[in-house]
Every structure is written in C-alpha cells, then in structure tokens.
Design a protein around this ligand. Structure first.
Ligand SMILES: Nc1nc2c(c(=O)[nH]1)N[C@H]1C(S)=C(S)[C@@H](COP(=O)(O)O)O[C@H]1N2
Ligand SMILES: [Mo]
Length: 263
C-alpha cells in the first residue's frame, strides 16, 4: 500500500500511526465490505482530509475516528427510513440451533427470577410504574422471523414474539420527541437507540423465542429485537428502560463500535 504522508506529518512515525488507525477502524467499522474498502484505500493523508485535522498520535487518531463515527451516526439517522421493513423469513429458514453470544461464555448466563422481576420505566414517560411479566404478556403480541447479524462475522435467522415496542412506548406515555431510548440489563450490559428505530414497526419487546418463553441464554425475561440493527444493539435481560435526550452510549459502543449500528 502506498502511504501518502502530508507535510505536516513529516517527522512522526507515520507507519505506526497508520497501523494504529487501521486497527481502530477494524474495531469501529463493522460491515466487512466497508472495512475492506477502508483497509485498501485509507492513508494517513486521507484520514487527515476526512477529519480536517492533523493526526500525529494515537489520541489524535482516536479523536478523529470518534468524529467519523459520530458523523456516521448522524448520516445513518438521516438515511433511516421508518417505513422500510427488514426482510422476513419462513419457519423452514430458521437457523437451528440459534447461536448464543454475549460478552461472557454460555456457562455464565444471567438467570433472572420471574416472580420477583419488575421492569423499570423511567425518564421522559408519563407512567413510571414497574411492570411484571404477566402484564406485558397481556398486551397484544406479534411474531417475527428475521435475521440477526453479529459484527463478529455470523448471522442467523430466528423467530421472536412479543409486544411491538411502539405500542409499549405509547402505553407508558413516552415523549416520542425525545432523542433516545436507553436500556440497562441484568448482566451489566447497556445500550441506547434512536427514537425513530424505537418506533419502527418491526422493533419488538421480545418475550418469546420460537414460540416459547425467552430462554435465559437468549435474554430472559425480555430482549429488544430490532432487525434493522446489528446484534450488539439488541439488549437481552432488560431490567430498565429510560427515555432521554442525553446520550448514554452502550457497552460495545463505548469501546468503539458505531452507536447507530444499522444493519
Ligand atoms: N444483556 C446483553 N445483551 C446482549 C449482549 C450481552 O452480552 N448482554 N450481547 C449482544 C450481542 S454482541 C449479540 S450478537 C446478541 C446475541 O444474542 P443471542 O445470544 O440471542 O444470539 O446479543 C446482544 N445483546
Ligand atoms: Mo454481536
């Protein structure tokens, strides 16, 4: 690869800085096609042009990539079409067994006690009471068979059922002009999403997997299932939901994954 070093960078170790930049990009740009494109085409000079600043150390590279990622969030937000549906599949196309993934191994799956469980709902909502599982099961339910795409390089088709998240947000009197909906999970995972995706017709507060109550490994008692977003944006074991205008990031997002995370 030809490395174009702008004059401003002469004197620094451009090879090392570029290597660092590429490593960070691999962490930040999840879609393989885009990653390959950037790996082939990115030069330090190009990165400087893209970000409008000189990049001479890791902190500079990190800051520049954060700016690109925030710009990418905004672009994905503008491009998001609330009326566009993700593909759906037939029962025969379901991946069996459906893969498990978390930031820990399957033997450490968090087991939530059903009887004591109450979902917390806070922030910009009219009704802040807690929800027991039977109350959520009493709301109208929907099924969907969609593809889950994980940035670690696998995808699988699964069947989830539950409450349309838009119905739930309306039911609790959420201020849908707020920017974000955030999630805290029983296993210390957390994430947040844009309101447009929260209101998308295929975004489900999923209580079942393949017609059965969500098994612990797939996120009992509930997960948010969004076929329009990558796997890490779909929180399992949801304990609390909050509506806010404050950016709160996420477990992987705070380590460099793109926040919008569209699929
Ligand atoms: N609470 C919680 N939710 C999570 C995760 C996690 O570690 N904890 N991992 C995410 C990632 S990276 C993926 S790919 C999916 C995996 O979901 P699955 O086990 O149903 O395949 O869960 C997402 N939601
Ligand atoms: Mo993932």
């Amino acid at each position: 690869m030809k490395i174009q070093v702008p004059r401003i960078l002469s004197g620094i170790d451009s090879g090392a800085a570029l290597h660092e930049a590429k490593k960070l990009i691999v962490r930040r740009i999840e879609q393989p096609a885009r990653r390959a494109f950037l790996q082939r085409s990115l030069t330090l000079g190009g990165l400087s042009l893209l970000t409008g600043c000189s990049i001479s150390d890791n902190a500079g590279v990190e800051a520049a990539l954060t700016r690109i990622s925030r710009f990418n969030d905004a672009a994905q937000g503008w491009l998001f079409d609330p009326n566009r549906m993700a593909p759906t599949y037939t029962d025969a196309e379901i991946t069996r067994p459906f893969p498990f993934n978390a930031y820990y191994g399957e033997d450490e799956v968090h087991v939530v006690d059903e009887a004591g469980y109450r979902l917390e709902v806070t922030g910009m909502v009219a009704d802040k009471r807690r929800w027991a599982l039977p109350e959520l099961r009493a709301m109208p339910q929907q099924d969907q068979i969609t593809r889950h795409i994980c940035v670690e390089g696998w995808s699988a088709i699964g069947k989830w059922g539950g409450v349309r998240f838009a119905d739930f947000l309306h039911r609790v009197g959420a201020d849908t002009t707020a920017k974000y909906v955030g999630f805290k999970c029983a296993d210390d995972y957390y994430t947040s999403i844009d309101m447009a995706t929260a209101l998308h017709a295929q975004t489900l507060l999923a209580l079942t997997y393949d017609g059965q109550p969500l098994p612990p490994k797939y996120g009992f008692p509930m997960k948010l299932r969004m076929p329009t977003k990558l796997g890490y944006k779909n929180p399992k074991h949801i304990q609390a939901i909050f509506v806010t205008n404050t950016y709160t990031g996420g477990y992987w997002e705070d380590q460099g994954y793109n926040w919008f995370g569209g699929s």
